[in-house]
Design a binder for this molecule. Sequence first.
Ligand SMILES: NC(=O)c1ccc[n+]([C@@H]2O[C@H](COP(=O)([O-])OP(=O)(O)OC[C@H]3O[C@@H](n4cnc5c(N)ncnc54)[C@H](OP(=O)(O)O)[C@@H]3O)[C@@H](O)[C@H]2O)c1
Length: 333
Amino acid sequence: MAETNLQVLLRRRPVGAPVPEDFEIVETPVPTPGPGEVLVRARFLSLDPYMRGRMSEAKSYAQPVPLGGVMEGQTAGEVVASNAPGFAPGDTVLGGSGWQRFSCVTPARLFKIDPGEAPLSASLGVLGMPGLTAWVGLEDIGTPKAGETVVVSAASGAVGQVAGQIAKIRGCTVVGVAGGEKKCRFVTEELGFDACIDHRGDLRAGFDVHCPGGIDVYWENVGGDVQREVFPRMNDFGRMVMCGMIAEYNDTQVRPGPNLMAVVRKRLRIQGFIVSDNGWPRYPQFRREMVGWMKEGRMQWREDVVDGLRRAPEAFIGLLKGENFGKLVVRIG
Ligand SMILES: NC(=O)c1ccc[n+]([C@@H]2O[C@H](COP(=O)([O-])OP(=O)(O)OC[C@H]3O[C@@H](n4cnc5c(N)ncnc54)[C@H](OP(=O)(O)O)[C@@H]3O)[C@@H](O)[C@H]2O)c1
C-alpha cells in the first residue's frame, strides 16, 4: 500500500485551554517537492509552548496558523527527495515543518546534522530551538557573570534546563523554580543547580532561603506568581531575560502587572527576545559549543517522548498544564 501523509490540523481556535476537539487528524497524499524544495520525512516532532500563540488570532510576532491549516512545528528526520543543492536522500536534517509525517521545505531553515553526534531527538531540545534560545538569551541579554545569582523558572523544561546549566558553566549560583518535588530533585541532583524552589509550595519562603542576596539574572519562562515574587528581589543592574510566560498563555484576560518604577530605580534591564530574530544564523556556532559541553559531560538533558503523531494534541494540551517532564517530543512511527 502506498505511504500517506498524516497531518494534524487546526480545526478551531481555542478559548482558554485547548481541547482535543480544536484539532483534526487527516491522511493525505505524500507531497511532491517543487523546484528548490526538499521532501523531509519526520522522525520526531517538537511540541513547544509557542504553538499556543499560533492557534490564536491575537496580534503577535508571527502569523497564526489558518483554520484548517497544518499545526506549525519543527521536526527532525531524513531527506526523502531533493530538488535543492546540498541536500540528498538519506541526509539527516533538522527543520522539517509542521505536525505531519512528510513536509516539503526550502533549505533556508534546514540544517544537515551529524547523526553520530547525539540521538536525533536531542536536535529538537538541548541541540535545537530550546537550547539555542537558552544560549542566545544568556549571551545577548542575561550575560551572567561568575558569582552572580541566576534564577530560572520552568527549570526542568526544555529551555530552563539548558539556561541553568550554561549559567552554572559561567560560574553562577543557579536557583531553579519547578512544579513538584520530583522535578525539583531532578533539577538539583541531575542538572546540578544549587537549589530548586517548588512553585506549588511556599514561593516566598523558598526565595528567602535560596536568594538571600537578591537576584542578578532572572530567566523568565512562566510569568504569574513566580514573576511577582521575583520582581521585587531583583538587584541593582539586574537583567530579566523575558523568554516566555507560559502560566498566562491560556488566560482570557490580561493580569495586573508589577510596578515598573523599580526598573528605573534599580536600573534594571528587562528585555524580551524571540529566538528566530537572530538565533538561527548562529546555530552552527551554538551547536559546536553545545556538542562540546555534552561530550565533556557538562550538559545533561531530559526528554519526555510521546509515541505517535495522533497523540500530539493531548501531549500539547498537557504541556500547557505542566504535565511534561523535560523536553516534549513526539516520536513519529
Ligand atoms: N522567546 C523565545 O524565542 C522562546 C523560545 C522557546 C521557548 N520560549 C518560552 O520559554 C518557556 C519555556 O518553554 P519550554 O519549551 O522550555 O517549555 P517546557 O518547560 O518544556 O514546558 C513547559 C513547562 O512550563 C511549566 N508550566 C506549564 N504551565 C505552567 C503554569 N501554568 N504555571 C507555571 N509553570 C507552568 C511546566 O513546568 P513546571 O511543572 O515545572 O511548572 C512545564 O513543564 C515558554 O514560556 C516558552 O513560550 C520562548
